[in-house]
Design a protein around this ligand. Structure first.
Ligand code: BGC
Length: 738
């Protein structure tokens, strides 16, 4: 468990009576002399909010976060010195959260049959040193939070006063899973006011925040006791402009608040919501839209990447991608933040990690999550399709475990962290997990090297198998074997990087490649072409690239790829001589395309290319999130190909510039704050010439067309295609900060 915690001496506590859905509040009184110092160590099975003398402790919303609880539970440490008085009251409310709520479907029952609190307060003053650790002397009462669940929302009764305090029970559930805080904390960020108040054809009153967010609603009202604020959440309005909630499926996302007398402010405490619209189902007379706020909640990742272009639609797409990333970085990389999933789907994370680690410093965030993945990896090497591994997986292990492209996150994600941050120790730590996964597939594929078993999602949500099909037309064994090859190759490269002997895995890659070529002499879909090219599997890359370009062209310059092919599609084109075709896809505004959703008013990235059709109807209610980050993976192409910034050596120890200008964009600017400093790439057309301004904090290789320059740290301007009298001035963009 590493470092010792004071909470080792504490006991897990819980209410001495069953209070059903109501969240308990715990308290401890203590005195402190002037000049005292205090430190609190605290964690929970469930999610807690702690207060000292009524002041919220720390900024962590939904603490202690979500980890693989049986193996790992984060303990937070807070310095309370500034909040101390002579007479002190520490109070903590506790919700079911991920531990005991509907999302975990009872999988953590074996550890504890409900939420539990563990805390120790360490006080030093003139009287010496004292410790107040949770035990039977702590008291509990019913809190005003009458109901709380990640999927189903929260109900709060402000009339409830804290009374009838009783002593706690203690529980002997273990402490072997305690670890120090590893990830970034989840906390409040932007606060948005309604951009409009809508009155729908059905007569509903709807607040439109103008942006789809993850977080909670905060509202201030003047009321009489017993009056209520009842709100419903939605991502979109339907084709008629009415409030639409069907795509939340079974997630109730309740926001219920019963008022006391006077002016008061309500908000969520132990849950979160994904929404752009709030329907005001009930509110005290005289409520004002301006007193409602959408408070954004997500992990506290440092922003590191920015893109700006001359094309407003493309800029909006990029903004949507960044919002979609933020909205889905809530302690684990979720698939979506609103419906009855919100799980750390491994496939989705694998798809987006290259883009996310350009936009944000994801090192701590993903390292924590990968440790949970490793903790949950099965003995045979299988990796579950969502981490932490809850609910569905336990009911049918075969169904939610060990599928290609999803479980390959076990290799792709550590490798990408190494590319982005250059941390060899982290790579070394994850190597056993990477290797065990490849060995698992090796056994599943056997001597043929063709992997044709197991639960496979195929090219999830691809469009090439017709309406209503979830898995696309690409052959599942084509995809599975391609990812097997890719993971074997990345593993071999990881071993090389760590000065280990990766030769066996290089040979394995070659064997799988040969088998793949043999079994699949032809590609049949855009995704198959993209994988064959990007994973280096194609025997005749030129022919496959031409085929891919033709598949795109004959489809009206439009894509058909799903989760698996989309991240590689533009790379496969631009790296094989079809940059124009890549731009055709990028700038396409008719469905299916990235910019179609932008044209339709999206503020995040949709799960399905057809989430909403041109006539405003929806493709389905079942699998139709408007805030899925997966297709936002295209931002990786914007950073690395269009803007042309890549690590030359892992962690950007050196930089490789290979920007791809295109006439349909007048200007393109990218900044990435790397571990070695700020890297910038800008290009701009001036009549027939293009001017590049490239800044590197380390030595770099610059590739422009056929040219290659090796340069030291500095800023370099190139004008190509003619003489340019007014070199592009990039100053204002370079000053962009978080
Ligand atoms: C999720 C996905 C996930 C998929 C698995 C969906 O329900 O929302 O994003 O990857 O299932 O195919």
């Amino acid at each position: 468990m590493g470092q010792k915690h004071m909470v080792e001496h504490a006991s897990w506590i819980y209410p001495s009576e069953n209070i059903g859905e109501v969240c308990p509040v715990f308290r401890k009184h203590f005195t402190a002399r002037p000049g005292a110092a205090a430190k609190l160590e605290i964690t929970a099975f469930g999610v807690y909010e702690a207060f000292l003398n009524g002041q919220r402790i720390g900024r962590f919303f939904l603490a202690p976060g979500w980890t693989s609880y049986p193996a790992r539970l984060q303990v937070q440490t807070y310095d309370l010195t500034a909040l101390l008085r002579e007479e002190n009251e520490l109070t903590v409310t506790l919700g079911k959260g991920w531990f005991a709520g509907r999302i975990s479907a009872g999988v953590y029952q074996a550890i504890a049959d409900g939420p539990r609190l563990l805390a120790a307060l360490h006080l030093t003053d003139a009287d010496g040193t004292r410790e107040y650790a949770t035990d039977e002397s702590w008291q509990w009462a019913e809190s005003p939070i009458r109901f709380s669940d990640i999927y189903d929302g929260e109900a709060y009764d402000a009339r409830v006063t804290l009374e009838n305090w009783r002593f706690c029970r203690t529980d002997s559930c273990g402490k072997q899973m305690l670890i120090p805080q590893e990830g970034e904390i989840v906390t409040e960020h932007e606060c948005l006011k309604p951009a409009a108040v809508l009155h729908t054809p059905k007569g509903e009153t709807v607040l439109d925040f103008g942006q789809e967010v993850t977080g909670y609603a905060e509202f201030t009202v003047q009321a009489r006791a017993g009056e209520r604020v009842l709100l419903s959440c939605a991502e979109v309005l339907d084709a008629d402009g009415n409030f639409y909630t069907e795509n939340y499926r079974s997630a109730k996302s309740r926001i219920e608040y019963i008022c006391r007398d006077g002016i008061q402010t309500g908000r969520a405490h132990h849950t979160f919501y994904g929404f752009r619209y709030l329907r005001v189902d009930e509110a005290p007379e005289g409520w004002q839209a301006e007193n409602f706020t959408a408070v954004c909640v997500y992990s506290d990742l440092q922003r590191t990447g920015w893109i700006r272009t001359s094309d407003p639609l493309l800029n909006q797409l990029y903004q949507n991608i960044v919002w979609g990333e933020k909205d889905n970085l809530l302690d684990v990389p979720t698939d979506c933040p609103q419906r009855d999933e919100r799980l750390g789907w491994t496939g989705d994370a694998q798809v987006s990690i290259r883009a996310i680690t350009c936009t944000f410093d994801g090192k701590r965030f993903f390292s924590k999550w990968l440790r949970d993945m490793a903790a949950e990896q099965r003995g045979d090497g299988a990796v579950s399709h969502f981490v932490p591994n809850v609910g569905l997986f336990t009911k049918d292990p075969a169904l939610f475990c060990g599928g290609s492209a999803w479980a390959d996150a076990a290799v792709i994600c550590p490798w990408q962290l190494y590319q982005a941050y250059g941390d060899k120790e982290l790579l070394r730590e994850h190597l056993p997990m990477m290797q065990k996964w490849v060995e698992y597939v090796c056994r599943a594929a056997g001597d043929s090297c063709i992997w044709s078993t197991g639960h496979q999602y195929g090219d999830w949500l691809a469009l090439d198998a017709g309406e209503g099909n979830y898995t696309g037309a690409s052959r599942k064994e084509f995809i599975a074997t391609a990812f097997y090859a890719h993971s074997a190759q990345l593993l071999a490269q990881a071993m090389d990087a760590l000065d280990m002997d990766g030769a066996a895995y290089h040979r394995l890659f070659e064997a799988i490649r040969a088998a793949h070529q043999n079994a699949f002499p032809d590609c049949r879909t855009q995704t198959e072409c993209a994988l064959a090219l990007h994973f280096g599997l194609a025997a005749a890359p030129d022919r496959v690239a031409a085929q891919l370009a033709e598949l795109v062209r004959s489809n009206g310059d439009r894509l058909t790829t799903g989760f698996v092919g989309t991240p590689y599609l533009l790379h496969a084109l631009s790296e094989n001589g079809y940059a124009q075709t890549a731009y055709d896809l990028l700038l396409q505004t008719e469905a299916p395309s990235w910019l179609f959703s932008v044209k339709m008013g999206a503020t995040t990235v949709w799960e399905h290319w057809d989430s909403r059709k041109a006539d405003g109807s929806f493709w389905s209610t079942d699998m139709n999130s408007f805030n899925h980050h997966a297709y936002g993976a295209v931002a990786d192409w914007l950073y690395a190909a269009a803007g042309g910034i890549r690590p030359g050596k892992p962690g950007y120890e050196t930089v490789l510039f290979s920007p791809i200008p295109n006439r349909r964009l007048q200007r393109f600017e990218v900044v990435v704050n790397t571990p070695h400093g700020k890297v910038c790439s800008c290009w701009k057309w001036n009549g027939p010439t293009v001017t590049y301004v490239l800044t590197t904090p380390v030595s770099a290789e610059i590739r422009l067309g056929g040219e290659q320059h090796n340069v030291a740290a500095g800023t370099y301007t190139f004008v190509r295609g003619g003489y340019d009298k007014s070199p592009y001035e990039a100053k204002d963009f370079l000053n962009v900060r978080r």
